[in-house]
Design a protein around this ligand. Structure first.
Ligand SMILES: [Zn+2]
Length: 149
């Protein structure tokens, strides 16, 4: 078995992907080849360094920032939901009262009644739609950020 054919087995060994037969071949070669033993050691250290880089423990500062971020998201998410509910309730109620008053008033021309009703319903629909869009954008932002991580 030459050193060239053993090379893939070395990387396979480091990735933990060798079959029992391949492991035996590799062990046999390493026992009598110093160069490949050295290669294996170098690759193992390189791999450990890489692993250390991506899986290092998050420091206190990073954890603080993480929890701060979670708290901010929760806080703002809750704020938006409450604001939406409040705005929708008040707007709907106000619009309903106004429409009812105008429609019931015998002095107001029917064309004005239709106009006011349409205007207010339109405004409420637009406002709700804008709020929903705003909330949808927030969700997309969050999704995009998590993808980047
Ligand atoms: Zn060798």
């Amino acid at each position: 078995m030459s050193c060239e054919t053993i090379q893939p087995l070395i990387t396979g060994y480091l990735d933990g992907e060798l079959s029992a037969d391949q492991q035996t071949e590799l062990d046999a070669h390493l026992a009598q080849c110093e160069q490949c033993r050295r290669d294996l050691e170098e690759l193992r250290q390189l791999k450990d360094n890489l692993a250390g880089m991506s899986f290092r423990e998050p420091g206190d500062e990073e954890l603080d920032r993480y929890w701060q971020g979670v708290y901010n998201r929760l806080e703002r998410g809750t704020g938006w939901v409450l604001l939406s509910i409040g705005a929708i309730c008040l707007l709907s109620f106000g619009a309903f009262m106004l429409v009812e008053r105008v429609v019931r008033d015998p002095d107001v021309a029917w064309i004005v009644k239709i106009g006011v009703t349409a205007l207010i319903i339109g405004a409420v629909v637009l406002f709700v739609s804008l709020l929903r869009e705003r909330l949808a954008v927030r969700k997309t932002d969050r999704y995009a950020k998590e993808i980047k991580r």
